[in-house]
Ligand binder design. Sequence first.
Ligand code: MIC
Ligand code: SF4
Length: 645
Amino acid sequence: MGLTVTEKILKEHLVSGKLIRGEEIGIRIDQTLTQDSTGTMAYLQFEALGIDKVRTKRSVAYIDHNMLQTGPENADDHLYIQSIAKKYGIYFSKAGNGICHQVHLERFGVPGQTLLGSDSHTPTCGGLGMLGIGAGGLDVAVAMAGGEYYIRMPKIVKVELKGKLRKGVSAKDIILEVLRRCRVKGGLNKVFEYTGEGVKGLTVPERATITNMGAELGATTSIFPSDEETYKFLRAQGREEDFVPIEADEDAYYDEEIIIDLDKLKALIACPHSPDNVVNVSSLNNIKVNQVAIGSCTNSSYVDLMKVASILDGKTIAEDVSLVISPGSRQVLYMLSENGALAKLIAAGARILESSCGPCIGMGQAPNTEGVSLRTFNRNFKGRCGTSSAEVYLASPEVAAVSALTGYITDPVEYLNGIDIDVKMPDKFLINDNLIIDPTKEGEEVEVIRGPNIKPFPRTKALRENLEGKVLLKVGDDISTDHIMPSNAKLLPYRSNIPYLSDYCFLPCDPDFPKRAKEHGGGLIVGGHNYGQGSSREHAALVPLYLGIKAVIAKSFARIHKQNLINNGILPLTFIKEEDYDHIDIYDELTIKNILTQVDKDTIIVKNITKNKEYSLALDVTNRQREILKAGGLLNYVKGDKYGI
Ligand code: MIC
Ligand code: SF4
């Protein structure tokens, strides 16, 4: 039996386990990336591992999220990360150089290699045939220290692309179509591997839009083959020596198959408040738009913004629209400024932001009260934009540009009739790496700079005999990490300050939760399906840990968050009988007796003292994860020398 692209890369990197679906495998990590909002914590954890240099082929630290410097906190964290990078052998991409995923694709990604990033959109580099996986900061710290990364061997979904995209329909519509069909939890423990004739017609940045937003499926990752187009992209980035071809074998086995006919694909849009709430743009006519935001790691490549410039050329945006554009990287911004496209955007009325995540993570540009914001981004969870009453829609740069002109959500397919937007990927990108600082040479002394905002992270204790506590919160399905630990311009500066963040935990769901947790000295949380979807932010586990949360009982968990809970010694339990969810209420007193023995079993018995009932819950983890839980988290487990780093 032949192999898929995913299996070929996994086979090359396999350190432990067998490539059997569902089994735990340990893989060698070639490259890591961190960004600044998860990076500070990841490097504090890396320091705690006591290693003198990173042991990867290449590790890169980016500054791209915490760019609003309304006080010294963000700048202090940047200096900390810069000094750590210099000291430990990590490349440092300075503020202004661009969004980690876009820059990594341009300057560092290598087909056939593995990449672990402390950001959920690390699969972006799957656009050039690299196996990119998002993880919590501690997992990335361990990988930097040379430890392997563990996943369940995923199922592999073949996404066959047929035909060619029509004008006005783009890569964003392909991933929106996959989300429409598979939904936000449809990708759990799966890799989406793209094949077929239609792949050839997509450039690497277009492929990267698809692999980037594949994160919204909850997938382990998404990947394209490394082919002629990959070579063209790497050559245009002056990195043709990094090219290696990787294609799936003719007789490769796939667990599932999806076919998308690109000729028939329509312009699509994700409606509030979920990336899988997808409909045809044409079905939404007459929705007035207050804000259009173009950018993010999903859709801010050179070609994306050139298309926007062609659409806006010589026109003016609608009177009631605020259009903001954040180019994905300095390379993109520089090229737009050199070729005059930037002038076209400015002339049409666009407000140009710096190359960073910006509005995508609520770092400024919060929409007006009940405002409608149309964004080319990847997430539209309620409140993420900084305005809890806002309605956020997600669509392609074409939909965004056309709607900015009309002032209403508009289907670009008809609108663009007769307008030339045929932009080609350049043969040569303009390369300037002077904002990437190389690590120190051997023997150079570096002092680590620690600002006053950097507080120690909470440490865990080994599991004790009995686990007891009250249910302090009960939430429904699809709770995202943006609900658990919101991030916005006011909170992101405190990513290295867990005590401060703890007062905002679960703010969008129940603002009294932190007070309640503190009053009761911690307890348990009950959740629905897909608990913890979205980001890789470990803070969604670290902050509950700080508040004394010992276990989360949910109908199902998202992959990265479940691992983050385990890494921080919090038990992720799932209902075996879903109806038990209905019978547990807030303030119920729960007890798990002999947890140290029970943790070795697949089924755990929990007693509800208040209701005098017993529930059987599943602890669906691997043996290694059971040991991590017993140790009270990954750091204790690793320090206990069971990891071999
Ligand atoms: C996001 O898009 O939600 C973020 C902000 O990039 C997060 C990381 C973080 O919370 O810092 C992610 O995607 O992992
Ligand atoms: Fe940044 Fe948004 Fe991409 Fe997250 S999704 S890395 S916040 S641009």
